[in-house]
Design a protein around this ligand. Structure first.
Ligand SMILES: Cc1cc2nc3c(=O)[nH]c(=O)nc-3n(C[C@H](O)[C@H](O)[C@H](O)COP(=O)(O)OP(=O)(O)OC[C@H]3O[C@@H](n4cnc5c(N)ncnc54)[C@H](O)[C@@H]3O)c2cc1C
Length: 291
């Protein structure tokens, strides 16, 4: 379990890091928490010739809110999000997500940005960020660009991030009042990747109808899936039990699970139906001020 030989670089700034990426191209990889990359290297499934460790770059480890946007810096760890009072008070769905990722030792190192950049369909943050309408900030040789999360995941372990770009921040618009969201995951045992999971985020109108709705599915397809038909069905409607059940059926139809050690495709599809209904009920409760 020893990785192939590589050269190690520890740049002190983002511009030094992007210069190294530009120099070494596809032979280089960014190292943040190392909780996905190092195991892959040990298994020789990844053999980068150059590792660019961004951990010594200052001022990237933040979770802060300003101007109606929650910003999560590239070196914010899962544990930072878990311990963030801001997340606890205003973004319980983020807390739901972080606390079901792996175990505390891994969460002390794994970064939120790394979770998105890695784009494992089994990773938990992508579905949550999709329903929150997050925007990503990437820096490359041509400067900074903003990437809407919708469309960022294009295949298993594949995103629209250029090989010469670094993800420096996730930006999440603060949901308006009467909003609620939740992340529900079924795992075989604590610390495992999801058998299936669902993120739901809603905003109610003044008359109690569903003004905004996001439903994201984890580990039931080659990328995280936005259940667009289920969302469309709910938009403008009251979230009553009949509507919730119908949306859950639509979300299950939109999932694309495969049978594996975690269960059959049929089981996972039904799990999506059950989790979507539960997630919508909980999101509704939170939108009304519940925890
Ligand atoms: C035993 C175990 C269980 C796990 N369980 C779960 C789980 O239940 N749910 C879950 O979501 N995850 C799980 N993980 C994965 C863990 O959360 C990942 O480590 C994390 O998602 C990746 O973040 P990282 O900072 O460790 O990234 P790294 O491992 O450092 O990097 C991962 C990939 O992303 C790239 N990358 C990282 N940061 C950036 C950046 N800022 N800009 C551009 N590219 C970047 C790297 O080049 C690399 O290709 C588990 C991991 C382990 C080892």
């Amino acid at each position: 379990m020893i990785p192939a030989a590589f050269s190690y670089h520890a740049p002190a700034s983002i511009s030094d890091a992007t210069a190294l990426l530009a120099q070494y191209g596809d032979n280089a990889k960014i190292l943040s928490g190392g909780q996905s990359l190092i195991p892959l290297m040990k298994l020789r499934l990844a053999t980068p010739e150059h590792l660019i460790d961004i951990n010594r770059i200052p001022d990237l480890a933040y979770v802060r809110e300003s101007g109606g946007v929650l910003s999560i810096g590239a070196l914010a760890r899962e544990s930072d999000l878990e311990e963030s009072e801001l997340a606890r008070a205003r973004f319980p769905i983020l807390l739901d997500t972080s606390k079901v990722i792996a175990d505390p030792l891994i969460r002390n190192l794994a970064t939120v940005c790394g979770n998105l950049a890695h784009a494992d369909p089994a990773n938990d943050h992508p579905a949550t960020m999709l329903v929150l309408g997050a925007e990503l900030v990437a820096v490359g040789p041509k400067g900074e660009r903003r990437i809407p999360i919708d469309g960022f995941f294009v295949g298993p372990f594949t995103t629209t991030l250029g090989s010469d770009e670094i993800l420096t921040e996730v930006r999440i618009p603060t949901p308006p009042s009467r909003s609620g969201g939740v992340y529900l995951k079924l795992e075989r045992k604590v610390g495992d990747f999801a058998t299936a999971a669902v993120a739901a985020q809603i905003t109610l109108s003044a008359i109690g109808t569903c003004e905004r709705v996001g439903i994201g599915l984890t580990n039931v397809g080659p990328t995280p899936i936005v259940a667009r038909r289920a969302e469309e069905f709910l938009r403008g409607k009251r979230l009553d039990e009949g509507g919730i059940k119908q949306a859950a059926i639509l979300a299950a139809e939109e999932s694309q699970p495969e049978s594996d050690l975690r269960g059959s495709a049929e089981y996972k599809r039904d799990l999506i139906r059950v989790l979507t209904a539960r997630a919508l009920r909980k999101a509704l409760e939170r939108a009304g001020g519940g925890r």
